[in-house]
Each structure stands twice: as C-alpha cells, then as structure tokens.
Design a protein around this ligand. Structure first.
Ligand code: GTP
Ligand code: MG
Length: 436
C-alpha cells in the first residue's frame, strides 16, 4: 500500500527559523543523502555533522537518518537540518528533485506514516490539528487525538461488537442443529452496552469545529462610551478612529486580540441609543450593530464611568460589564463581576484581558476534553443507528442481525481508518501542509 518512490519537501522551521529542515523519505533516501553529504555514514537513529556539497559550495550541516520501519513514515528517512535560510532550503530541495526524488504533496509524509501502520487515522488528524491549532484548548484537544485517545476509547466498543457478531455468525452456521450461542436477550444486552459507551463518548466530548472557531466578542454601549479606544488598546494598534464627537464609529470593524490562551476577534460597532435615530444612516448603523450583537459569542457592555448617561441596556444580556475612562473619576464602585479600566493609562487592562480569556476559552481549571470532528461524529452516529436496528431485530433472523452489526463495525472502523475509502483519505491528508 505504501508507495516506494522517494519524496522530498521543506518541512519546518525550528527555533524561530534558526534552523530549517528538509526531509526525504523512501527507498532512495539514504542514497540521495550520501550523494549530497560528503562522507556521511548515516547510521540509523543518529544525528551527524557532515558537509553538504551542492552547486560548487560546501556547508556544514546536521543530518538525522532513520531506517525503515523506525521512522515517522515507516520508510527510510533523512532530515537535513540546515541554517535557517529559505533560499538554501529551496536549493537543497531542487537538488534532491534533480537527483530523482519527487516533490511531496501536502500531508504525504503523514499519509505514509498511516499507510505503513505507524499511526491510525485519528492520530493523523491529530497531526493536522496540532499544526493548525490557534488556541490552547485546540492544541490540547489535538494532542489527545495525536496520543490515540479516541482509538483507545473506541477499540473496546469495536471489540465487543465484533465479539457479538462472531457469536451471531457461529449461530447462523449451526442454525440447523438447535444450538444457540447467544439468546436474543443477551444480544440486546451486549449491543445496548456498546451503544451506551458510544452515547457517553459523544456526550462527554467537545466538538473540534467549535474549538476551531475563533471566538467573537462585540463591544456595545452608548456613543462616546470609549469602545473604539478600548478596541485599539486591547488590539495594540490604532484600528478604529477615535474622537470626542459621539457617533464616530459607523460600520462594524474587528481586530484580533491576543489573549493568553488564543485569539479573540473583538468587534467594535456604532454606539447605540435606546431608540435608533430617525435618519437613514442612523437606522442602518443601528441595524448593523444589532446584527453583530446577535451573532457574537460574547457581549461586552461598555459604560462611561465619567459620564452621567444612564447605562445602556443591550438587546442581549451582557457577558461582561466594563466601566471605561477610570482615569477621569476617583474610585468607581463597580458591581461584582464588572471591571473598571482606563484605555488611556492602561489601568486594569491586564485584568480585563484575563476576564476575556476566561470568557472566551473557559476557566483555566477546566480539564481537557476529547474533541471530535464532524467526520468522527457522523461515523459514530451511523454506528449507533445500526446498533439500534440490531436491537430491534435481535429476535429475528441471525443474518439480518449480522448485517447491522457489521455495519456498525464498519462505521467505527472508518473513524480509525481501518476501512477507509480512498477519497476520504485524500481529503484528510490534503488538509496538511507540504512537508508534514
Ligand atoms: N481620559 C480618557 N478618555 C477616554 C478613554 N477612553 C476613551 N476616551 C475618550 O472618549 C472619547 C470617545 O472615545 P471613542 O473610543 O471614540 O468612543 P466610542 O464609544 O467608540 O464612540 P462612538 O464611536 O461614537 O460610539 C474620545 O475622545 C476618547 O479619547 C479613557 O480611558 N480615558
Ligand atoms: Mg467608536
């Protein structure tokens, strides 16, 4: 199954690009490395210093070599660790291609790891998710996939369904001889137990899609409350126009705010009054703002602590109340849970960031949950449907029961990749970047 041609790619940068890695995997990996590195021994599992010779110059580099099957791809593999110069990396890659290697496609190294049985499909997805993780929660969930947590939880269910299926099939073979290996009640009990484990897995797991989605928070308040100034202060750049004239912000505009555990999309909208103004522009501004408030994950209500205006009541309950312009007033008696800040002096902005981080990414103490992607959820739900049909037909013909149990097993097998159609694999590995 695993192709034997030799692939090469620039893989990654290490230590803020101080070093770059070019990887080559396949039957000719060692031969190609020897032809480029003068006198390299390439002892498996070892790093060695050697001289890279190409296009008339020589450069000291490190090479790491691995012999099949003890490598990431399961094949012979060599990594060239070279000084962090992208030009140098592409020259080396070209040299390898000129000597017979093929340019690796996105995810092809990991695809080879999968085909050689080094990792299962959920672990491969863990590699992709780790590369693409934008927040700590996503990274933690990706690490769990990578560590094979989903396989560990699914395997006992698959074993139990396979065992029931085996006994049902023996029953079919001996059906003329009046021997029963499993009574319908026992079948129902075993299948229900397996189904219960799957239900629990779905219930206790988070959804990767939800983790991958960048949380959005909208700043809401009366005109001149200091929303745009706050956006600029949190984003660390002058994204929005600020002025003492009320009604400065008209369109919604967003900026990414880097919080300790990930990025938060913060959206600034036009200031709102209790009633939209009667003119056309005012009406449109009001509507845009309401739409943003509706679709946001979090509503941050900004109230001008130095002003006398009554507090604005947003159409959706606020997740956090912020009193702005704290520098203009003395001590502000803030209600429990609210934060008083000054975007001008920076007072309490760190505390505000901390609160936003908690709201966007959950409390820091929350334990890491297993996250499933929509492919996992769909397959597990299919398996559950087949199991419920098996329960309904437990008293009937063994052949039909066997069909349902096999279908459940196939669906679960697809999660781990034991019975994956090629197009499914193609889609998963295409989401990778080249060199992984
Ligand atoms: N002293 C002080 N002034 C502030 C602070 N935050 C905002 N301001 C001032 O308040 C005025 C209004 O600020 P903006 O950020 O434009 O207010 P806004 O809520 O975006 O207003 P609209 O876009 O009109 O809805 C500006 O003159 C800011 O300089 C603060 O923390 N301290
Ligand atoms: Mg504004």
């Amino acid at each position: 199954m695993i192709p034997d041609d030799t692939i090469a790619a620039i893989s990654s940068a290490v230590g803020a690009a101080a070093r770059m890695i070019v990887r080559v995997s396949g039957e000719r990996a060692h031969e190609l490395a020897r032809s480029l590195c003068n006198g390299a021994k390439l002892a498996p599992g070892r790093a060695e210093r050697c001289e890279l010779r190409m296009r008339g110059f020589a450069l000291p580099i490190w090479v790491y070599s691995f012999a099949s099957p003890h490598s990431y791809t399961g094949q012979d593999l060599v990594e060239f660790h070279i000084p962090g110069n992208p030009l140098l990396a592409s020259m080396l890659l070209e040299e390898l291609l000129g000597r017979g290697a093929r340019s690796a496609e996105a995810g092809e190294f990991t695809a080879r790891a999968y085909f050689s049985g080094r990792i299962d499909l959920t672990e491969a997805e863990g590699v992709a998710a780790t590369i693409g993780a934008q927040s700590e929660a996503e990274l933690r969930a990706a690490r769990q996939l990578l560590a094979g947590e989903l396989s560990r939880r699914l395997r006992p269910v698959m074993d139990s369904v396979a065992q029931t299926l085996a006994l049902v099939e023996v029953g079919i073979d001996f059906s003329d001889e009046q021997v029963t290996f499993l009574s319908p009640a026992e079948i129902v009990e075993q299948v229900k137990q397996a189904d219960g484990l799957l239900a629990g897995l779905l219930e206790q797991s988070a959804r990767f899609e939800r983790l991958s989605h960048e949380p959005r928070a909208v700043l809401v308040g009366r005109p001149n409350a200091g929303k745009s100034t706050l956006l600029n202060a949190l984003a660390g750049r002058d994204r929005a126009v600020v002025s003492p004239a009320p009604g400065t912000t008209r369109d919604a505009l967003g900026a990414d705010v880097a919080l300790p555990r990930g990025l938060l999309r913060l959206v600034d909208v036009a200031g709102l009054e209790d009633e939209p103004s009667s003119n056309e522009i005012g009406r449109q501004m009001h509507e845009h703002a309401l739409r943003e408030i509706e679709s946001a994950d979090l509503v941050i209500l900004v109230h001008d602590a130095s002003g006398a205006a009554p507090r604005f009541m947003p159409p959706r309950a606020a997740d956090l109340v912020v009193f702005s312009k704290a520098d203009l007033v003395g001590a502000i008696p803030v209600e429990a849970g609210a934060v008083a800040v000054s975007a001008v002096t920076g007072e309490n902005l760190a505390a505000l960031r901390h609160r936003l981080d908690e709201l966007a990414f959950g409390s820091a103490a929350a334990c890491s949950t297993l996250a499933l992607n929509s492919r996992h959820v769909r397959a597990i739900e299919e398996a559950r449907l087949a199991l419920s049909r098996a329960i309904d037909g437990a008293a009937g013909a063994g052949e039909l029961l066997a069909v349902e149990l096999r279908e459940a097993l196939d669906a679960l097998g697809r999660v781990l990749g034991s019975v994956s159609p090629d197009d499914l694999l193609g889609r998963i590995f295409a989401a990778f970047c080249i060199g992984k």
